[in-house]
Design a protein around this ligand. Structure first.
Ligand SMILES: NC(=O)c1ccc[n+]([C@@H]2O[C@H](COP(=O)([O-])OP(=O)(O)OC[C@H]3O[C@@H](n4cnc5c(N)ncnc54)[C@H](O)[C@@H]3O)[C@@H](O)[C@H]2O)c1
Ligand SMILES: O=c1ccn([C@@H]2O[C@H](COP(=O)(O)OP(=O)(O)O[C@H]3O[C@H](CO)[C@@H](O)[C@H](O)[C@H]3O)[C@@H](O)[C@H]2O)c(=O)[nH]1
Length: 526
């Protein structure tokens, strides 16, 4: 729908957000409105072109949603990985994410394109998002803590090299605070007179719910320079999001606040999980029930109910990496007490995983040597096939250390991925596969099953490590029949009905719940 305004023409989209159409060429347009015909100057700008460098868990879904919600924007998602781009252009997308297929199918080939021609699309773009990996550094200064900005820096150098027109460059990756300053230096030193404005627009989506999160974000955060050019760039990006996000949810700040907010948000979220996990250990020691405690605590409106589920520990590519990064930044800024505070969140997470493994071993007569343990779930959470930093890796490695035989089933994780995860060095997990040396080794005591029944056949114990819905409704009587006795269930996600399973005959350990007599008699020594 087109409506006249005093000086500019505004398009009102079906969702009734106003899209201001800015410069350059002026033409005269006649618009028939009910009974009158009016003429006024129309300013038409070519379609806005966005290019996103990095077609991963963030770049792919984020850009697909921008393409869907902004028909006046052409989006190209580019990556150096040929297999990834081939998969984005096929029916088998490279990542599993509920709702993603439908969004991609609606826009691909219309205003959404996936390509390996990185330079061409960067050159043509008005706005370049950079959504490459920023894993933890494995070597050199800050190794094990600082963010590795190699991929980011090489993307920035390439932008500077190939650009022939002014651009807005958007940090979508999670980066240390003050990164924009370094990026600005790279871009302006090689810029041949081209002007770049850097914005920080961190992403808050969670895997497994990415599409919902992008459709209805709690907030969109845009940080920019506090200069006239900076404000103009912030406005341009805000106009893109405003096509579907209510304006009061689009927050604008200075660059450093936006960069730091992303690290702070992840630290706060992870801290809640470590807090409830710390309580779970105390619950087991005292007979309190962590679910009852967290429900009652979360009823306080100042605390709220979310992110209080006790578990075997948090995983995923972000929480640990971003907290380590925060710790490093605090240390570099002469704030050791603050660094120590946040480090504790990770220490408790490691403690929780170790505690879980120790509980398994101690309950099974202090040894799992040559016993078959079925691992149900390997992804770091349900509704994703992502295994980066999944607690399942640490738990499996712990059990393998005690010489267990492991049979793993996960509905979305491939055998190749599991073997790679169990043979790889810890800090290489977040580097893109095509940039890693391939390890030909496989772990012989590990097999991968095609369903939960095959995994649990003849097993001595079951470890539930991902909260996939299908694990709630398995036929546990059938599973019990086919297991060695005594048959154990170690529920690292508190997904099963422990009482029901105990009635079947299982010995059940649930995180932070009152222990049955067997477990009391065999205390874990964590
Ligand atoms: N995964 C999440 O849920 C999530 C959420 C919010 C923020 N983030 C942040 O977003 C960033 C990306 O995370 P991700 O999970 O999408 O990573 P990812 O590994 O899935 O994707 C990154 C992609 O960038 C590509 N790449 C690297 N260097 C490149 C270059 N120079 N040119 C072109 N492509 C290049 C890689 O090939 C890879 O496909 C990280 O900083 C992460 O911390 C991730
Ligand atoms: O109460 C809870 C909630 C989560 N988890 C675990 O915590 C991890 C992370 O879960 P979640 O935060 O839902 O998934 P991510 O995809 O890692 O998303 C986080 O990390 C992203 C990357 O930075 C951010 O964008 C998101 O806002 C932030 O939630 C998973 O292992 C969960 O099982 C718990 O153990 N208990």
């Amino acid at each position: 729908m087109i409506t006249p305004s005093s000086h500019h023409l505004q398009l009102i989209s079906p969702q009734f957000h106003i899209i201001h159409i800015p410069p350059p060429q002026s033409v005269n347009l006649k618009v028939t409105q009910r009974h009158s015909t009016i003429s006024f100057p129309l300013q038409i700008k070519k379609m806005v072109k966005i290019c996103c460098i990095g077609a991963g868990y963030v770049g792919g879904p984020t850009m697909a949603v921008i393409a869907l919600k902004c028909p006046n924007v052409e989006v190209a998602v580019v990556d150096i990985s040929v297999p990834r781009i081939t998969a984005w252009n096929s029916d088998q997308l490279p990542i599993y994410e509920p709702g993603l297929d439908e969004v991609v199918k609606q826009c691909r080939g219309k205003n959404l394109f996936f390509s390996t021609d990185v330079e061409k699309h960067v050159r043509e773009a008005d706005i370049v998002f950079v959504s490459v990996n920023t894993p933890t550094k494995t070597r050199g200064l800050g190794a094990g803590k600082a963010a590795d900005l190699t991929y980011w820096e090489s993307a920035a150098r390439m932008i500077a090299d190939v650009s022939v027109s002014d651009k807005i460059v958007v940090e979508k990756s999670t980066v240390p605070v003050k990164t924009a300053e370094a990026i600005e230096k790279i871009l302006t030193h090689n810029s041949k007179g081209i002007k770049f404005q850097i914005l920080s627009n961190p992403e808050f989506l969670a895997e497994g719910t990415a599409i919902d999160d992008l459709f209805n974000p709690d907030r969109v955060l845009i940080g920019g320079r506090e200069t006239p050019q900076g404000f103009t760039a912030v406005k341009a990006l805000k106009d893109v999001y405003a096509q579907w996000v209510p304006e009061d949810r689009i927050l604008t700040t200075n660059l450093w606040s936006a960069e730091l907010t992303k690290l702070a948000a992840n630290a706060f979220l992870a801290q809640r999980i470590s807090s409830v996990n710390a309580m779970s250990a105390l619950c087991e020691a005292t007979g309190a029930n962590v679910s009852e405690v967290s429900y009652a605590v979360g009823k306080d409106s100042r605390i709220g109910p979310k992110f209080l589920n006790s578990s075997v520990g948090f995983g995923g590519s972000c929480f640990q990496k971003d907290i380590l990064n925060l710790v490093y930044i605090c240390e570099c800024n002469g704030l050791p007490e603050v660094a120590e505070y946040w480090k504790q969140v990770i220490k408790i997470n490691d403690y929780q995983k170790t505690r879980f493994v120790n509980r398994i071993v101690s309950s099974m007569f202090n040894t799992v040597s040559n016993k078959k343990i079925a691992v149900l779930g390997f992804a770091f959470k349900k509704d994703t096939g992502d295994t980066r930093e999944t607690p399942a890796i640490d738990v499996c490695k712990g059990l393998l250390g005690d010489k267990a035989r492991i049979s793993i089933y996960d509905p979305q994780v491939t055998e190749e991925q599991i073997q790679r995860d169990l043979t790889m060095n810890k800090f290489d997990w977040d580097h893109p596969l095509h940039l890693q040396p391939m390890s030909p080794t496989t772990v012989k005591q590990v097999s991968v099953a095609w369903d939960a029944y095959a995994a649990t056949k003849d097993a001595h114990g079951i470890c539930l490590l991902t909260e996939w819905d299908e694990f709630k409704t398995l036929d546990y009587e059938r599973i019990f029949e086919n297991m060695q006795k005594p048959a154990f269930v170690f529920d690292g996600r508190n997904v099963v009905d422990a009482e029901k399973l105990r009635k079947i005959g299982f010995i059940v350990y649930s995180i932070g719940k009152p222990l049955d007599q067997w477990l009391k008699d065999m205390p874990a020594l964590a």
